[in-house]
Design a protein around this ligand. Structure first.
Ligand code: PEP
Length: 248
């Protein structure tokens, strides 16, 4: 299968920064976009309170914004939740669902991830659905089995546009990256699962995430079936993030 020339580069700021930090980082990214624009699709996912500031600063560029999670509910008495429709309302186009930190610390199950993806569709957002094995899964040779289970349970049933992010849990924020061989194996497995189970298999971007930085991005992005990257730590510095984009 031909490699897609346009990659999807997503920055996940997680729970970092202040209002000033978000404003400055978004302004720096906007400036970089004007000086060295990119054909790749770039998405920034700041914390909820800083979405509007980021959207304002990115206005006029083709850098999109996404949230880091959304509720499975549309609206109502769900204190503390944020609706996918609210995210759309303020200008988001993407939402990350099922990040391993949500699965791990907030009991987000694969079934909930699927429901979040479905409501994202209803709100006209593109869900970025995260899956990934833990270190003990990998050491116990259960990586593909676990991923298949997560794919079966977390993928939406409707044939709308979504993105998958393969993020080995042991590689997130640890400085350890999966080897090219490991990434190739898993991404080929995900592609073939999509081919067997979904109509838009070829068009569904599969991202890799886990300690991607300006040094390793070029190699990862050149691998077959890697349609982009989900970047945590290295997306907090405009310079590093832009270098990753430029290596695509
Ligand atoms: C992430 O937040 O999804 C991530 C991959 O983080 P990091 O790049 O810091 O490992």
């Amino acid at each position: 299968m031909a490699q897609k020339s346009k990659k999807l580069i997503v920055g996940n700021w997680k729970m970092n920064g202040t209002q000033e930090f978000a404003r400055d980082l978004a302004a720096d990214l906007a400036e970089k976009w004007y000086v060295t624009p990119s054909d790749h699709q770039i998405v920034i996912c700041p914390p909820f309170p800083y979405l509007s500031i980021t959207l304002n600063r990115l206005f006029g560029t083709e850098i999109a914004c996404g949230a880091q999670d959304c509720s499975i509910q549309e609206k109502g008495a769900y204190t503390g939740e944020v609706s996918a429709f609210m995210l759309k309302d303020i200008g988001c186009n993407f939402v990350i669902v099922g990040h391993s930190e949500r699965r791990q610390y907030h009991h987000v199950t694969s079934e909930l991830v699927r429901q979040k993806a479905e409501i994202a569709f209803k709100a006209d957002l593109i869900p970025i659905i995260c899956i990934g094995e833990t270190l003990s899964d990998r050491e116990g040779q259960r990586t593909l089995e676990i991923l298949e289970e997560q794919l079966k349970e977390s993928m939406p049933l409707s044939d709308q546009d979504f993105t998958i992010a393969y993020e080995p849990v042991w590689a997130i924020g640890t400085g350890k990256t999966a080897t090219s061989k490991e990434v190739l194996e898993v991404h080929a497995f995900i592609r073939s699962w999509l081919q067997k189970n979904r109509k838009k298999a070829a068009d569904t971007p599969i991202l890799y995430g886990g300690s991607v930085n300006e040094q390793n991005a070029k190699e990862i992005l050149s691998l077959e079936n890697v349609d982009g990257v989900l970047v945590g730590g290295a997306s907090l510095k405009a310079e590093s993030f832009w270098q990753i984009i430029q290596s695509a």
